[in-house]
Design a protein around this ligand. Structure first.
Ligand code: C2E
Ligand code: CA
Ligand code: CA
Ligand code: CA
Length: 282
């Protein structure tokens, strides 16, 4: 068990073309009844670069499939999004993760909890109600929850997105833009929204690394400088190597997340991991 510490060995099950249709049907059927009980949440730490303190964790869902093993979200979430099952799944996730964060806080480990919200749920009437209910039931303070929304889910309907974001902000709930750099059309539009955090996608890191002569790092630095001007905090995602860490540190990113620090891990491993980092950091 110690050996697997900090690793989550998810399966990236990729069915063949003929099998794909059957898989979609299986997912759609199972997610309707028994599968929600088989979902598990792994948590990946987000660490502050200035102090080395653990800022919080991102909740990442997996499916403990009885025959196929631990499945990565990419294998089933697209179907859940299509069928609408993503909404009850996320409702469950919100309750599970806020309860978990409240329990950690009670143990003296206050960790900000980030939860991914799908485009479909973001545009649904129930989102704010679902979030408020989870907060009330768990007793977690609203500012300890971060909803991660992708650029694309906001781009679908920017006006409605702005309203929805304003409601969330008034409720004291933080919002992060996820996967920044993978598809936004207008920076100006993005930065006019009430968001607290920008998560810089791993693809920008990889691109920056490929550019020789330091311009890649300069692009990262420019993005970070822009966010800072706007009072938005930045997280570099997918930091896998010491070189990545050096680049994002130099660019001035506020926080990092990635395999270099930790793979996503089961809930029961989180307190030990956080305490070890705290003791090492001092
Ligand atoms: P994401 O929100 O961008 O989450 C980060 C993904 O990058 C996770 O994959 C994480 O395991 C992976 N990752 C973390 N560090 C590294 C690294 O250093 N290198 C690389 N190459 N990858 C790293 P995961 O868990 O497979 O999740 C994939 C996507 O599925 C997520 O991307 C998110 O869009 C979606 N997802 C996961 N959980 C949920 C959820 O509860 N609800 C919703 N709506 N979507 C979710
Ligand atoms: Ca995310
Ligand atoms: Ca992301
Ligand atoms: Ca992603």
């Amino acid at each position: 068990a110690a050996k697997s510490m900090g690793r989550d060995r998810v399966r990236l099950f990729s069915p063949g073309l003929r099998e794909a249709a059957r898989w979609r049907l299986e997912v759609a059927t199972r997610l309707r009844d028994e599968a929600i009980d088989q979902l598990v949440v792994h948590y990946q730490p987000v660490v502050r670069l200035d102090t080395g303190a653990v800022e919080g964790v991102e909740a990442l869902v997996r499916w403990q499939h009885p025959e196929r093993g631990l499945l990565a979200p990419d294998t089933f979430l697209a179907v859940a999004e299509e069928t609408g099952q993503i909404i009850p799944i996320t409702r469950w996730l919100l309750r599970e993760t806020t309860r978990r964060a409240a329990a950690w806080a009670a143990e003296g480990l206050p960790l900000r909890m980030s939860v991914n919200i799908s485009a479909r749920h973001f545009s649904a009437e129930t989102l704010v109600r679902d979030v408020r209910l989870a907060l009330r039931e768990s007793g977690l303070p609203p500012d300890q929850l971060v909803l991660e929304l992708t650029e694309t889910s906001i781009a679908e309907d920017p006006t409605r997105a702005e309203d929805q974001l304003t409601v969330l902000r008034r409720a004291g709930i933080r919002v992060a833009i996820d996967d920044f750099g993978t598809g936004w059309s207008s920076l100006a539009q993005l930065f006019s929204l009430p968001i607290g955090t920008l998560k810089i996608d791993r693809s920008l890191l990889v691109a920056a690394e490929r550019v020789t002569g330091g311009e890649g790092g300069a692009v990262l630095a420019a993005i970070v400088a822009l966010t800072r001007t706007l009072g938005i905090r930045s997280v570099a995602e997918g930091v896998e190597t010491v070189e990545h860490l050096r680049m994002v540190r130099e660019a001035g990113c506020d926080m990092v997340q990635g395999w270099l620090l930790s793979h996503p891990m089961p809930a029961d491993e989180v307190p030990r991991w956080v305490r070890r980092v705290q003791e090492a950091g001092g």
